[in-house]
Design a protein around this ligand. Structure first.
Ligand SMILES: Cc1cc2nc3c(=O)[nH]c(=O)nc-3n(C[C@H](O)[C@H](O)[C@H](O)COP(=O)(O)OP(=O)(O)OC[C@H]3O[C@@H](n4cnc5c(N)ncnc54)[C@H](O)[C@@H]3O)c2cc1C
Ligand SMILES: NC(=O)c1ccc[n+]([C@@H]2O[C@H](COP(=O)([O-])OP(=O)(O)OC[C@H]3O[C@@H](n4cnc5c(N)ncnc54)[C@H](O)[C@@H]3O)[C@@H](O)[C@H]2O)c1
Length: 473
């Protein structure tokens, strides 16, 4: 049996790949990857999805153009062309990244699943043992599927496979109301498919701020069919034109009934679980949260019985409460530093965490929702401003009727507790507010301490921050 010894072993080539800094040039590194090199974001996550979001937004162009007196028609969408453009770029990056690592003399690539064998030791599927002074678990997460009959039928997809289908579906059923479901509902509806989105509750994006979630649910229902209060029971092969039929329970008690929905493609987007089980974390005695995340301290050191395991770190989806690439990247930078400077470790928990949902319309947020903020500081201390895009100069130019930017501040000193936006370019408009939160600027200082280009759309952000009330000002 082969044994590899290393100074550093990394499980996962997503964000884990970036740990191989020049510091390791004269040391031995083992990088284990059981799937496609480069991980989720590059191959099946952030990057390809957003490369579909953009053409979908362009295909929707005629709707906005009509409001502005321009007649435009989207005559065709070349799905195979879009798909091949996206993946020819992405697959090439993944292959080049893998080749580069293979060619580095000090890095050994183990293209297999590995798991803990003992503290400081991993074992691969073919029996290769990896003994390393330091180990980083960057094993990510994977889609969780509801346990119902028919979930493995051809035509039932997760986000891992749905972007590679040969033809765009005429009618697609999206199950779930979170990030992935809302992004794909936006993509498929923009590209011309008939979209039905089935959710168990009556609202999409339940973790979002109430005002945003409610407004987005209305907007989504205007653009595609929303099936609320539907509990998936089974999926079966269709008998007619449509390849699949999903069966839902709706209503409660004596009102309960069964509903059948036919579709060509079913996309299941019902959450992702950390891959801690795939690395044998529990068997190795590592601490786990109830949702399967590996427990780490503020320095990203993995815990066992509450104490850090010497030399073992984790980062990204496998341990983080936020399944977001910029969080995984931030944690990777922290781990890279702490591996090199274990006696002067940096903490990863300093900043408000932003996120965006690239759906239609786009959504972005950072910090607390209004109800979380009320719980944190007391509702009486909050000042909340809802700034409509349509009440700014650029909003008039766009004839915008739905865009909104919400700032939640502590009225005692103007500290921004949360920001939430829905509308065109929300993920960009929110960044100055994130900057204010990260650098400790109160809402009015952030708004008045700089010029804002007139009449840019960013005046939405300026006005929203300026609009909160601060006691004594
Ligand atoms: C459809 C989709 C869209 C997304 N869009 C966005 C977005 O727009 N913005 C954003 O911020 N985030 C987005 N995310 C989330 C983002 O992709 C993840 O948070 C991020 O990629 C996690 O990085 P990671 O390094 O923790 O894990 P990954 O990139 O998943 O890397 C983990 C790697 O470990 C490998 N692995 C697992 N177990 C083992 C083992 N035992 N042995 C060897 N290898 C193993 C896996 O094969 C994988 O390649 C999206 C996710 C999805 C699914
Ligand atoms: N733009 C981005 O940053 C982006 C995009 C995609 C994914 N992501 C990350 O990936 C994570 C996973 O995405 P996701 O959309 O799969 O998860 P999610 O947690 O955002 O949403 C899961 C949805 O599925 C529903 N659900 C759960 N079990 C169900 C069941 N049995 N039947 C029907 N519905 C069920 C939930 O109520 C929820 O609406 C996100 O939380 C996010 O952190 C980020």
């Amino acid at each position: 049996m082969r044994t590899l010894t290393a100074d550093l072993a990394i499980i996962g080539s997503g964000s884990g790949n970036s740990l191989i800094t020049p510091y390791w040039d004269d040391k031995r590194v083992v990088l284990a990857e059981s799937g496609v090199f480069g991980g989720t974001c590059l191959n099946v996550g952030c990057i390809p999805t957003k490369m579909f979001v953009r053409p979908a937004a362009l295909a929707r162009g005629p709707e906005e153009a009509a409001r502005l007196g321009v007649s435009q028609v989207t005559t065709a969408v070349d799905w195979p062309g879009i798909r091949d453009r996206v993946f020819s770029r992405i697959d090439a990056i993944s292959e080049a990244g893998e080749r580069y690592r293979e060619e580095l003399g000090h890095v050994e690539l183990v293209s297999q699943r590995v798991r803990f064998d003992a503290p400081g030791s991993l074992i691969a599927e073919d029996g290769t043992r990896i003994e390393a002074d330091r180990i980083v678990i960057a094993a990510g997460s994977r889609a969780v599927l509801p346990d119902v009959p028919g979930i493995d039928l051809p035509g039932v997809h997760t986000s891992d496979t749905v972007m590679r289908i040969p033809e765009p579906p005429e009618r697609v059923l999206v199950i779930g109301g979170g990030y992935i479901a809302c992004e794909f509902a936006g993509v498929f509806s923009g590209l011309g498919s008939e979209v039905l989105q089935a959710v168990r509750t009556d609202r999409l994006l339940r973790s979002a701020d109430d005002d945003i979630a409610e407004r987005f649910t209305v907007e989504a229902a205007r653009q595609w069919e929303l099936l609320r209060g539907r509990r998936l029971q089974r999926i079966s092969a269709g008998e007619g034109v449509r390849g699949l039929v999903a069966e839902f329970a709706t209503g409660e008690g004596s009102e309960e009934r069964t509903e059948r929905v036919a579709a060509d493609v079913v996309l299941v987007a019902t959450g992702r679980r950390p891959n801690s089980d795939l690395v044998g974390a529990a068997e190795a005695g590592l601490d786990l949260h109830d949702d399967g995340r590996i427990a780490v301290d503020e320095y990203q050191r993995v815990l066992s019985a509450g104490a850090p395991v010497p030399g073992v770190y984790a980062l990204g989806d496998v341990c983080s409460p936020w399944q977001l690439k910029h969080v995984a990247n931030h944690e990777a930078r922290i781990v890279a530093h702490n591996l090199e400077h274990p006696d002067e470790p940096r903490s990863s928990r300093l900043l408000p965490v932003p996120s965006a949902v690239f759906t239609s319309p786009e959504i972005a947020q950072a910090g607390l929702t209004e109800s979380q903020a009320a719980e944190r500081v007391g509702a009486e201390h909050l000042s909340v401003k809802l700034q409509d895009y349509g009440d700014t100069a650029y909003g008039w130019a766009m004839e915008d009727t739905t865009g909104v930017f919400k700032v939640i501040a502590d009225r005692r000193d103007g500290t921004i507790l949360g920001v939430h936006a829905m509308g065109y370019q929300a993920s960009n408009l929110i960044q100055p507010a994130i900057m204010a939160m990260s650098f400790g600027l109160d809402a009015h200082t952030a708004a008045r301490g700089q010029y804002w280009i007139h009449p840019a759309l960013m005046e939405v952000t300026e006005n929203a921050m300026l609009g909160v009330e601060i006691d004594g000002r």
